[in-house]
Ligand binder design. Sequence first.
Ligand code: ADP
Ligand code: ZN
Length: 216
Amino acid sequence: MKIVILLGAPGCGKGTMAGRLSASNPTFHHVSSGDLLRTAVKTQSPHGLEADGFMKRGELVPDSLIAQMIAEYMVTLPNECTLLLDGFPRTLIQAEMLDKALAGSRATLTHVVLLDVPDPILIDRIAGRRVCPACGAGYHVVSIPSKVAGLCDVCGTTLVVRKDDNPKTVQYRLEVYKAQTMPLVAYYDARGLLTRITAYDFPINDIVEKLRHVIS
Ligand code: ADP
Ligand code: ZN
């Protein structure tokens, strides 16, 4: 298994990019830590009950909790695939946990891609973000509108605004990103694994193709 880590602030487009890549190529598997957690919260699993409060406040959930959920997900995947990790790791401790898990496995971390987007654009993207609570598809009211306003193109469910996408929590999540996740950029750059992609001011498809080129 090849592993590609997508790094970037909330709203940088990690989920959108990974979703499009995996839709276009069945050997790509996309896992979003946020989606795993939101499903766990919705089904009120033990992981979800533990995560709920942290997520509502825009804080990170405990490292061991999310690391365990990702590990449980990874064992369900076929060996011959490229895993697009979206939202994990998000702290240095999580990165070290991943390194340890990979050391004893057949999986190899091949690329870490940073999706670079300035703060004002991130804030605008999150303000316009709508998600499908049933299938997880993501939209933006201006840049990625659904065909019928307010309804998911994939499954017809009414789209919602995520609980943590309100302006106050967003500001806090950007601070959390800078303090806890940005150190990963230097961590992976020092190992020669990092590529930066400018992930704004170009059509989404161009950014997807840039990403595909970097990781293939
Ligand atoms: P965004 O990237 O827009 O912040 P996500 O869907 O990736 O959104 O994450 C939503 C929330 O889920 C985070 O604010 C955090 O509470 C939790 N979360 C997701 N991934 C992790 C992680 N790797 N470690 C800790 N908490 C996480
Ligand atoms: Zn849907």
